[in-house]
Design a protein around this ligand. Structure first.
Ligand SMILES: Cc1cc2nc3c(=O)[nH]c(=O)nc-3n(C[C@H](O)[C@H](O)[C@H](O)COP(=O)(O)OP(=O)(O)OC[C@H]3O[C@@H](n4cnc5c(N)ncnc54)[C@H](O)[C@@H]3O)c2cc1C
Length: 428
């Protein structure tokens, strides 16, 4: 079903379609399947990266840049078009329909840029944002650490101010796309004596610095798309601290709001396509008349439609100028749990053949094996499903907070010592 979005939006759709037809370089659509859902760590990532090295892709990238169609949702003063959510969704739909890539700037576009726009100074905006649009700076996210994941405010990576520089030392982990990144945005502890959330700073630093080393971590799906990183005294100017020293938590919350809600309006496009591929697989295997399979497919189709309409609700909110709120957690919980279940359904449709990996170098997997394996990570990254449920319960539904662990019984007081500066309760 196509929604009637009004004459202005239909005119925008027609203009976009004409622009695409007039500007698409020959052969680009046929280079790869640009419309697949590239599950994190999935085998598709490599195919997409190969196709992105082709001259036709480079030409397309240049034309999009000229037309301000890279990061088009960013305000015009920062190099975008200030494109609203509805037009952005239409743009995505039209590129998807034509089988063409949208040319995105990854975490730079979706996470760092919006955070700099909200919290950065004019000088920081002028320096960092154009480098994201041009593709010069490619970001990876340095939030998680070996001992801190869900409890993000507990990060231990240190940022020590030295004159007009800050020196970063610590250990980050599960960093997606680290091997392709030239920059990291990291949450660091700049004041170990301040309350937990108040002692943090959000810092951008070159990931290519010789003081950074990393090692890839192989995933369940066979891909090794993320890494553990060792940061051994990287120096950057204080200019690279976004939002000011000690304000990192606020900036990180803007980043996370965009991470969880950002794809909500378009995620259904890839899932819809994948759903019809699964229907084709069921037909090929003679399972399409099986009542249980039909019921599972009906569940999946319903899920895609629910995602589509809740995405439109987020769009409506964005059109009114709202920032992503707890509804971002609803969207994240929904698509990730949907996709995990879809992977299970797909493997059950494929049957025992799903147990056998194809031959080939490395660790090849079939499409459905990959969806089954890689989709499991979706319920972990960007905040686990349990964390999203906590946010929905407490912040969206206003339920009482989860009981905290009771405090340790107080020890008998020691005789008073002269006062030293106190470390406040780390729970913040
Ligand atoms: C594919 C993938 C890509 C990733 N990419 C990145 C990246 O680029 N950058 C980055 O910084 N991180 C990345 N991560 C890390 C991810 O953000 C963390 O794995 C995630 O936040 C969970 O942290 P953890 O693994 O330490 O688990 P933990 O926080 O130790 O959680 C363990 C279990 O306890 C549960 N739990 C924890 N706290 C609570 C609570 N308060 N209430 C209820 N249950 C709770 C969790 O739900 C989980 O089931 C990625 C992870 C994956 C899987």
């Amino acid at each position: 079903m196509d929604l009637d979005l009004g004459p202005e939006i239909e005119q925008f759709r027609a203009q976009t379609r004409d622009w695409v037809a007039a500007n698409v370089p020959e052969g680009l659509a046929g280079l790869t399947d640009w419309t697949i859902t590239a599950t994190t760590g999935g085998y598709q990532s490599a195919a997409l990266a190969r196709a992105a090295g082709h001259p036709a892709y480079r030409e397309w990238e240049a034309r999009l840049a000229e037309a301000r169609l890279i990061c088009p949702q960013w305000p015009a003063e920062f190099g975008g078009q200030g494109m609203d959510g509805v037009r952005l969704a239409v743009l995505n739909e039209e590129f998807h329909r034509a089988g063409l890539p949208r040319v995105r700037r990854g975490m730079g576009e979706s996470l760092v840029g919006p955070s700099i726009i909200v919290h950065g100074s004019a000088e920081q905006q002028a320096h960092f944002l154009p480098r994201i649009i041009s593709g010069e700076d490619v970001y990876c996210q340095g939030f998680s650490e070996p001992n801190q994941g869900s409890d993000l405010a507990g990060v231990q990576t240190r940022a020590v101010v030295d004159g007009d520089e800050v020196v970063i030392t610590g250990n980050k982990v599960w960093t997606s796309g680290a091997a392709r990144a030239t920059m990291m945005f990291a949450l660091c502890r700049s004041d170990p004596d301040a309350p937990k959330h108040a002692g943090l700073s959000y810092i951008l630093f070159p990931f290519t610095d010789p003081a950074v080393t990393y090692r890839p971590i192989r995933q369940l799906s066979g891909a090794a798309d993320f890494c553990e990183d060792f940061i051994d005294g990287v120096r950057v100017p204080l200019f690279n601290v976004i939002g000011g020293l000690g304000n990192g938590w606020k900036v990180a919350m803007t980043t996370l709001g965009h991470e969880r809600g950002g794809a909500a309006t378009t995620a259904h496009l890839g899932f819809e396509r994948e759903f019809w591929e699964l229907v084709r697989t069921a037909r090929e295997r003679g399972k399409d008349a099986d009542p249980l399979v039909r019921q599972q497919l009906a569940w999946a189709y319903t899920g895609v439609q629910v995602m589509k309409y809740s995405g439109l609700r987020s769009l409506a909110q964005a059109a009114l100028g709202g920032q992503p709120g707890p509804e971002a957690s609803v969207a994240k919980l929904m698509w990730s749990e949907y996709h995990k279940r879809l992977g299970e359904i797909a493997i059950s449709i494929v049957g025992t053949a799903g147990l056998i990996r194809p031959d080939g170098p490395g660790y090849p997997t079939t499409q459905w094996q990959n969806v089954f394996l890689a989709s499991r990570s979706g319920t972990i990254y960007s905040g686990t499903s349990e964390i999203q449920r906590g946010i929905i319960g407490e912040r969206a539904l206003g339920l009482p907070k989860e009981p905290r662990q009771p405090k340790e019984p107080r020890q008998p007081k020691e005789p008073r010592q002269p006062k030293e500066p106190q470390a406040a309760d780390a729970r913040g």
